[in-house]
Ligand binder design. Structure first.
Ligand SMILES: CC(C)(COP(=O)(O)OP(=O)(O)OC[C@H]1O[C@@H](n2cnc3c(N)ncnc32)[C@H](O)[C@@H]1OP(=O)(O)O)[C@@H](O)C(=O)NCCC(=O)NCCS
Length: 157
């Protein structure tokens, strides 16, 4: 059930990202991650040039949540590449809502599977992904620039 739409005072707008969202996406990235943040050029590429789905949630036109999903050309598996929620708006169902919105679009496009990577110590995100039906299929050793390991998770659509 979507907590955001059902009873919460928070009434975010969830919509596909536009090129005007670049500044908001960058600001959110910098708030959410201390290292390995996307730079402006990378986000510009992901938003405007890559084969991707990008959804955002806004409140009063302030961007508070984003998801970037990469779409591969020849295989029917998409990859959740980035998911960020502003610290002031967490545990309100926002990340779950953006995942649901993305999955609906992916299913409509014919995708059969979604994959993602999550840090072994990022228990908040792991709990979120488990609650959404993802399961771990392998460990990626030294996956991050800081040499941290990641879990590779998948979900059939
Ligand atoms: C991980 C993150 C995206 C979750 O966003 P969120 O909007 O707070 O998540 P939701 O409210 O949709 O949470 C849904 C469920 O996920 C789990 N969950 C989310 N945050 C959690 C936490 N801090 N601790 C434990 N479980 C958590 C819970 O099962 C939760 O359901 P509940 O609130 O009914 O218990 C957010 O904390 C974030 O942006 N973190 C920093 C960036 C990041 O780590 N991104 C993921 C990279 S792989």
């Amino acid at each position: 059930m979507c907590k955001v739409a059902c009873g919460s005072a928070l009434r975010p707008e969830i919509r596909p990202a536009k090129k005007e969202d670049l500044t908001g996406l960058l600001a959110l990235e910098e708030i959410c991650f201390k290292e390995e943040t996307f730079k402006k050029e990378q986000l510009t590429y992901l938003l405007l040039k890559a084969k991707s789905l990008v959804f955002v949630a806004t409140v009063d036109n302030i961007l508070i949540c984003s998801i970037i999903v990469l779409l591969r050309r020849n295989i029917a598996a998409a990859r959740i590449y980035s998911l960020n929620v502003h610290p002031g708006y967490r545990r309100k169902g926002l990340a779950g809502s953006l995942m649901d919105t993305s999955e609906k679009s992916l299913k409509e496009m014919g995708f059969k599977k979604v994959t993602l990577e999550v840090g072994v110590h990022n228990h908040a995100a792991q709990d979120l992904y488990s609650s959404k039906g993802f399961s771990v299929d392998k460990i990626l050793k030294k996956y991050y620039e800081n040499m941290g390991d990641a879990l590779h998770m998948t979900k059939k659509l």
